[in-house]
Design a binder for this molecule. Sequence first.
Ligand code: AMP
Length: 325
Amino acid sequence: MTSIKRRILNKIEKYDTIIISRHTRPDGDAVGSTLGLYGILKETYPDKRIFLDNEDYSEYVSFLGGEGEHPTDEDYKNALVMVLDVGTERRISNKRYDKGAYLIKIDHHIIEVDYGDISWVEEERSSVCEMIADFYLTFRNRLKMPLHSAECLYTGMVTDSGRFRFRGTSGETMRIAGELIDMGIDLEMIYANLGSEDFELVKFRASLTSKIRITEHGVAYLHISSAMRKRHKMSQEEASNSISLMEHIKGSLIWLAFIENDDGTVRVRLRSRFVEVQELATRFHGGGHACASGATVYSKEEEEALVSQADKLLYEYKKENPGLI
Ligand code: AMP
């Protein structure tokens, strides 16, 4: 991997303008990795023009800060574009991502159709933030890491690994996290921001608990209508986070949240332990990781089909692997 990282560093050093993008509906890893890399490049190369360019925003990790000035079409002409944490091109939160002179992808999703002039993908990594921190550590004699970047990267590592619990978490993850902690990041501030919820949200989540359903073989699922969300004055993002309500139900090794979008389509969030759901997500216009994927359904029938296929998957899995909780 060092040779691909070296090729990326060479490109970074070659271009005077660098534009960084991430996936739509950003999470902690998408925001943390892009802001983290942005800070590293700004600090290391004060004479280069570095931009973040994305079309949406996340309230959840807004404490990490905003994106600043966006590049013009002219800026793209001789730019290096770096896309972080996006498995498939259709999910890039930037319609101009292919207007630069050179494109680099850095990602940890399972590859469906690859893209980019350089593609550095490590599917087993817990987060792209871990990859960016590793990139910095590989070239720490050439790159500078401001404290804020370290905090952004740590935040993404924490959120994407489920607080260092999910499958991708390795000894290397913990060593890299340790390096960031040793830089003096404010852990209390990060966890306070990640852990606090408005009282209205707490009440909304409580009201959703009674709406969780369980299929015959244990798939837990929840449908959140736009009407319900609006009644409680919740954003799409806040409603979507209710996927976590189902993660500790015994026997429910797969859990699904269906969140209605304003355009009538339904966002699906798929989560699991032990059993892999990524392939199921690809059957419904989605993808992602083995145990954390996303998809979209366009009708009630499609939603029912997804639940039923998840139930079948879990049935087969439990038959082969009895005794899992
Ligand atoms: P989410 O439930 O949106 O947090 O998604 C879980 C994981 O799957 C994330 O890593 C997403 O980047 C990825 N993902 C979500 N939706 C899609 C999709 N429609 N196609 C491919 N990957 C997705």
